[in-house]
Write a protein that binds this ligand. Structure first.
Ligand code: GLY
Length: 385
């Protein structure tokens, strides 16, 4: 018998199919990130910007548009989605020629595009692209400190020793590369990075640091930063989501019990911190006013809770699933635009607490994680990570 969750999720799935059908056609040659004031998607496929900025073809979220297309392709079997996804994937390949401006987010860029393409269609070109990206990511590993360097130096800021919680998603590309080639180097790097994150990012109460700086010569921890959250020592909600879901990804690929334990610890902290109204702030430790929100962090947390719910005994999993559904229902009912007035579904996403221009905007990766989570409930998801 279908539960009320399943019936609701199936209805949302229908709304997703309707919306993405026209949105994908309208934007088929773009790689969108966010919508303008008229609700139209922008386009991040400018190669020239790769040289001097990071919001062109190498923009870290560029894989999610293709990712949405592959989720829809898997759900509907419609080849049109594969074609649109591949257009974005082939454009992004050009970043390899430029090389400068590529970062640890080659995982976010190529896992939901090239790896998804290869796994769903057997496309040999995508396999090569994905292995190329995995090799670049592996090359960012620093054996002094056992961490993957996140970003390149920006405006004179030396970031050689910086690692960020978000990378727990990028390393899924390394797990894939080892599984695909039988060469354990990639997985060993992923696990050493994950072990470092366990030790240096996760606080005893289950909250998570966004950025940790290591001395890149000795590997000693230097300090941490609040990053996109409220301040040092606070708890950026999307980062909590990257941690719960990211450690689940590492657990799924390795079976290492400590990764599951950490995912659960961070999840318990999130569940205890989520407000009664189901609306997720930018930072669990931000002041109550202004009431800044981040629906994108909400979707990432929900995805992690749903993966955890599948793994732990049902008596515990049902609580995680209930909380994930509460978050997603809140979005469906009060933070989603199902009309033709806006190309994006999920509203009120925020880039960073102190960047007010990035507050309460739309983001393709929020739509990606929302759709993925709904499909998890419907049992029609394709596990990209
Ligand atoms: N990975 C950067 C972010 O979550 O905004």
């Amino acid at each position: 018998m279908m539960s009320s969750y399943d019936i609701w999720a199936d209805q949302v799935r229908e709304k997703i199919r309707d919306k993405i059908s026209w949105v994908s056609e309208k934007n088929k040659d773009k790689i969108p990130y966010t919508t303008d004031k008229d609700g139209n998607y922008d386009d991040r496929s400018d190669l020239e910007k790769v040289w001097n900025m990071d919001d062109g073809l190498n923009w870290w979220t560029n894989g999610f548009w293709g990712g949405v297309m592959w989720l829809l392709y898997h759900d509907t079997g419609d080849d049109r989605y594969a074609g649109i996804a591949r257009t974005s994937e082939y454009k992004m390949e050009r970043c390899f020629d430029t090389y400068y401006g590529l970062h640890h987010d080659v995982g976010f860029m190529f896992q939901p595009t090239a790896v998804a393409d290869y796994r769903l269609t057997g496309n040999a070109r995508s396999r090569k692209t994905a292995l190329h990206a995995a090799s670049l990511l592996a090359g960012r590993f620093n054996p002094a400190g056992d961490f993957i360097r996140a970003w390149n130096d920006v405006e004179g800021q030396d970031t050689k020793g910086w690692a960020i919680i978000d990378c727990m998603f990028n390393i899924s590309l390394l797990y894939w590369a080892s599984e695909e080639t039988g060469d354990s180097r990639f997985r060993n790097i992923a696990m050493r990075h994950a072990d470092t994150v366990m030790e240096h990012f996760i606080r005893p109460d289950g909250s998570v640091k966004h950025i940790v700086e290591f001395d890149h010569e000795t590997g000693e921890e230097v300090r941490s930063y609040g990053g996109q959250g409220y301040k040092e020592g606070s708890s950026w909600t999307r980062g909590q989501g990257w941690a719960v879901y990211g450690f689940m990804i590492s657990y799924i690929h390795t079976g290492k019990q400590e990764y599951l334990d950490i995912a659960r610890k961070v999840a318990d902290y999130c569940v205890a911190s989520i407000p009664d109204n189901g609306i997720i702030p930018i930072d669990f430790r931000q002041p109550s006013e202004p009431a800044y929100e981040d629906s994108c962090g909400a979707c990432v947390i929900a995805g992690g809770l749903l993966e955890l719910a599948k793994t732990v005994p049902e008596s515990e999993g049902s609580n995680y699933r209930r909380m994930a559904v509460k978050i997603l229902k809140t979005i469906d009912e009060s933070r989603a635009d199902w009309s033709r007035n806006c190309d994006a579904i999920v509203q009120n996403c925020s880039g960073a607490y102190h960047d007010t221009l990035s507050h309460h905007i739309t983001m393709t990766y929020a739509d990606y994680f929302f759709i993925e989570a709904i499909y998890k409930i419907c049992g029609t998801d394709f596990f990209v990570w």
